[in-house]
Design a binder for this molecule. Sequence first.
Ligand SMILES: Cc1cc2nc3c(=O)[nH]c(=O)nc-3n(C[C@H](O)[C@H](O)[C@H](O)COP(=O)(O)OP(=O)(O)OC[C@H]3O[C@@H](n4cnc5c(N)ncnc54)[C@H](O)[C@@H]3O)c2cc1C
Length: 224
Amino acid sequence: MAGTTGSSGPAEECDVLIIGGGPAGSTAAALLAKRGHRVVVAEKDRHPRFHIGESLLPANLPLFERLGIADEIRAIGMVKRGVQFVSPWHENISQTFAFKDAWDKTMPYAYQVRRSEFDKVLLHNAARSGAIVHEGCRVRSVVDAPADAGALVHADDGSETGRTWHARYVMDASGRDTFMGNREHMKYRNPRHNSASLYAHFRGAIRQEGEAEGDISIFWFQHG
Ligand SMILES: Cc1cc2nc3c(=O)[nH]c(=O)nc-3n(C[C@H](O)[C@H](O)[C@H](O)COP(=O)(O)OP(=O)(O)OC[C@H]3O[C@@H](n4cnc5c(N)ncnc54)[C@H](O)[C@@H]3O)c2cc1C
């Protein structure tokens, strides 16, 4: 059933409207589109765009194969074979764990990637797989469609009226923006996991040598 929001004319139909074209949204979009569903991705930014979170884990590799992008990721990635933990508070100041020594030997490495490049590969793959991707398109509202028939999603794409979709399903892949969580007032602080995260980038940092050059180093401070 087609719906209207009043402000932007008739809604376009789709099976799944995905809010956000980061790794989660792009991956879901590609897999769903390959199964024949009508998928729309609304991404507020335009790729390539900066994002934090460059150090991947080995279990991503089978997923890249499944998505058909293993070669593209190999071309932009730096091989990461393990994790070095450094702690002046423990007997072994530095200890490295190699992924090849893990219980499961099928995933001996991962990659370090520039997220701008990585996310772009994933989003382009979603489009190549059949999803309709709208960049520069920020979802503003999600309301229940009449007669319990999915949802009406309105997005601002810079045009006067914006765009509206009537979607059978809506997937919130908006990352830290937590679009639906905010809308539904579902977010609360976990008192037992009171952590914070911050980042910086450095020039001229010295890498480890040889095969360890892509390893991630994790430092232990007195407080954890
Ligand atoms: C400091 C820090 C370091 C990290 N380091 C690592 C790491 O080393 N390795 C690792 O694997 N992970 C790391 N992460 C986590 C990683 O960044 C996330 O897990 C990952 O980006 C989540 O992907 P996602 O697709 O769920 O969300 P995102 O990558 O955040 O993508 C969400 C997308 O939704 C879009 N969006 C948001 N709101 C709307 C809207 N209303 N309408 C349309 N589009 C919208 C955004 O523009 C964005 O492109 C780190 C995170 C932080 C904060």
